[in-house]
Design a protein around this ligand. Structure first.
Ligand SMILES: [Zn+2]
Length: 498
C-alpha cells in the first residue's frame, strides 16, 4: 500500500519535472546570430558637429503649455536645410502647426503602406539654479574627445540628427525606398504633443494613411534593467502605461479645536489615503513573460524556468519582483499619493481636506475600472473622488512583438549592435507616438543607443551628453532600418511588412 503511494508520488514528480523542463525549452529559445552590417560609411566627427549645432538651437518651450520659441525653431529648421540639402531637395517637407515637421520620402511602390520614424525637436529647459554645475553650458553644443555635450543630446536631438544623417547619406548613394518613409518630428513632445504630433496624427488619418510601422524614442540597449539579467539587452517599448490623477476631497464641519468632532475632514481623508496605499492593485506577472521570452537563454536558467512556468513559480516571482520599484511598476497599476492639503490654523478644525493621487495604469486596466476600484477600496460616502481635467489618458494598446515590422526592427538591432537579445517591454512614461495609435498598430519605441553608466539617466539632467561613437552607430541604425523597412522582403523570412 505504502509502496504504491510512493510510486504515485514519484510518478507525479517525474511528470511535473518533465513538464517544467519542456515548457522551459520551448519558452527560452536561442536567437540565431546575424552577421554585423555596416549600412553606410559614417564620419563620426562630422556627425558630432551636426548634433552640436542642433543643440545650439535652444528649442525650449516658453511656458508649461509648450509655446514654442519661434527664433530657436527657425534656427533649427535653417540648420537642417543647410546641413541636409539632398533630404530637402528630394523629400517633401510639410510644416504642421507652424513648427512640427513632416517629411515624406516617396517609395517606388505606392501601393505599399508607409512607415514612419520619429524624433521631437523640443527639449526641456536647464534649471537656471544649477547652471554652474554643468561641465559645459547646456546650449553651447560642446564636443570633446569622447562626448557631445548639452541639452537634447540624449532626448532626443540625437535621434533627429541620426535620421537626417542616415537619409542624406543614403540619398547621396542613390538609394530610393520601395515603401514610402515618413519622418514625424513634433515640436511640443515635452508638454504632451497636443499642437504638434496630435495634429499630425489627425492629418494622416484625414488623408487615409495607415502606417505599417513606427519607431520613436524610448527603450534602448541596457545592462541590468531587466531584473536578474546580466549583459546587454535591447528593450523595445511596445506600449505605454496610462495616467490618471484624481482629487480626493472631504468636507467637514469647521469649528474650534477645543471641542472637536470624533473625526475631522483630515482624519477621514487620512483613512481613505491609507486604505488606497494598503490595497495596491493586483500584480500581473504574466505581463513580463514576453520580455523574458525575448531575452531567452541570455537570462539565468532559474529565471527561464520560472517565467516558463508562472503557474508553478508565480508566488516566488511576485515576491521578488514587487520589491524592485521598476519591476513592480511593470506588473501592476501603481498608486502614488502625491499632494495633501488641509487646515490653516493649529487651533481650528478645517472645513475641507484634499489630496491628489496619481495612478499609472497597466495596459488592460481602464480609467473607469481604476476609479471604480478606488471608490470601492475607500468605501466611504463622505469622500469624493474626481479625475483632474487634463490629467488622464488611457494606457496604449500593446503592439505585437512579432510580425514583419517587429522582426525587421529586431534584425537591424542585432546586426548593428552585435546580436543583443531583443525583447519587448511596456514603457512607464509617454511619448509623441501615442498620437499615432489611430493610424498604426505596430508602434515601437527604441532609441538606438547602448546606455552605459557614464551617461545613462542624464536625460533632462545636468551634463546630458552622448558618446560620439554611439551617435555614429545611431546613424548606422537608421540607415539600416530605412533599408529594411523600405525594402519589403529584404530579410529571408521577413516577408511583407504589414
Ligand atoms: Zn523625448
Amino acid at each position: 500500500m505504502l509502496a504504491n503511494i510512493l510510486y504515485v508520488i514519484i510518478a507525479i514528480l517525474i511528470v511535473t519535472t518533465l513538464y517544467v523542463v519542456v515548457r522551459t525549452l520551448v519558452f527560452a529559445r536561442r536567437q540565431r546570430n546575424v552577421t554585423a552590417i555596416v549600412a553606410v560609411p559614417v564620419d563620426d566627427a562630422c556627425v558630432a558637429q551636426h548634433l552640436a549645432e542642433a543643440v545650439r538651437c535652444p528649442t525650449v518651450p516658453l511656458d508649461d503649455r509648450g509655446t514654442p520659441d519661434p527664433e530657436a525653431f527657425e534656427r533649427l529648421h535653417r540648420m537642417l536645410e543647410e546641413t541636409y540639402p539632398l533630404v530637402h531637395r528630394i523629400l517633401e517637407r510639410e510644416v504642421v502647426s507652424g513648427y512640427s515637421l513632416l517629411y515624406t520620402w516617396r517609395g517606388t511602390q505606392s501601393e505599399l503602406e508607409s512607415v514612419m520614424v520619429m524624433a521631437h525637436q523640443d527639449v526641456v529647459s536647464a534649471d537656471p539654479a544649477s547652471l554652474d554645475q554643468w561641465t559645459h553650458p547646456p546650449f553651447a553644443g560642446h564636443v570633446t574627445n569622447d562626448f557631445i555635450w548639452g541639452r537634447g543630446t540624449l532626448d532626443i536631438k540625437n535621434q533627429l540628427i541620426g535620421i537626417m544623417e542616415a537619409a542624406e547619406t543614403l540619398l547621396s548613394r542613390g538609394y530610393q525606398p520601395e515603401r514610402t518613409i515618413l519622418f514625424g518630428m513634433g515640436h511640443d513632445e515635452e508638454t504632451g504633443g497636443v499642437n504638434g504630433c496630435k495634429v499630425m496624427g489627425q492629418l494622416l488619418r484625414d488623408r487615409g494613411i495607415h502606417l505599417a510601422g513606427i519607431v520613436d524614442e524610448g527603450g534602448g540597449i541596457f545592462d541590468g534593467l531587466a531584473a536578474g539579467v546580466r549583459g546587454p539587452v535591447a528593450l523595445v517599448g511596445v506600449s505605454e502605461k496610462g495616467y490618471l490623477t484624481v482629487e480626493i476631497t472631504v468636507q467637514g464641519q469647521p469649528g474650534h479645536s477645543s471641542t472637536p468632532p470624533p473625526q475631522t475632514a483630515i482624519g477621514i481623508l487620512a483613512g481613505a489615503l491609507a486604505r488606497l496605499e494598503t490595497h495596491p492593485f493586483p500584480t500581473r506577472i504574466r505581463r513580463l513573460r514576453p520580455m523574458y521570452h525575448g531575452i531567452g537563454r541570455a537570462a539565468p536558467i532559474y529565471l527561464q524556468v520560472a517565467f516558463a512556468n508562472v503557474w508553478l513559480f508565480g508566488p516566488f516571482l511576485r515576491r521578488w519582483l514587487t520589491a524592485i520599484p521598476e519591476m513592480n511598476a511593470s506588473i501592476r497599476t501603481t498608486t502614488a499619493l502625491t499632494i495633501v492639503q488641509g487646515g490653516v490654523e493649529d487651533n481650528t478644525v478645517p472645513s475641507e481636506a484634499r489630496a491628489f493621487v496619481n495612478f499609472r495604469l497597466l495596459p488592460g486596466d481602464s480609467i473607469a475600472e481604476v476609479l471604480a476600484r478606488a471608490t470601492k477600496v475607500i468605501d466611504d460616502e463622505r469622500v469624493t473622488i474626481t479625475p483632474v481635467p487634463g490629467k488622464f489618458n488611457e494606457a496604449l494598446p500593446i503592439s505585437p512583438a512579432r510580425g514583419p515590422a517587429y522582426e525587421g526592427l529586431k534584425q537591424v538591432i542585432r546586426e548593428i549592435f552585435d546580436n543583443p537579445p531583443v525583447a519587448p517591454y511596456v514603457m512607464l512614461g509617454g511619448t509623441d507616438c501615442q498620437h499615432f495609435v489611430p493610424v498604426c498598430d505596430h508602434i515601437y519605441r527604441f532609441t538606438s543607443l547602448v546606455m552605459d553608466e557614464r551617461f545613462r539617466g542624464l536625460e533632462h539632467g545636468i551634463d546630458e551628453r552622448i558618446p560620439i561613437d554611439g551617435m555614429g552607430k545611431m546613424v548606422q541604425f537608421y540607415a539600416r532600418l530605412f533599408q529594411a523597412w523600405g525594402t519589403p522582403g529584404m530579410f529571408p523570412g521577413q516577408g511583407e511588412v504589414s
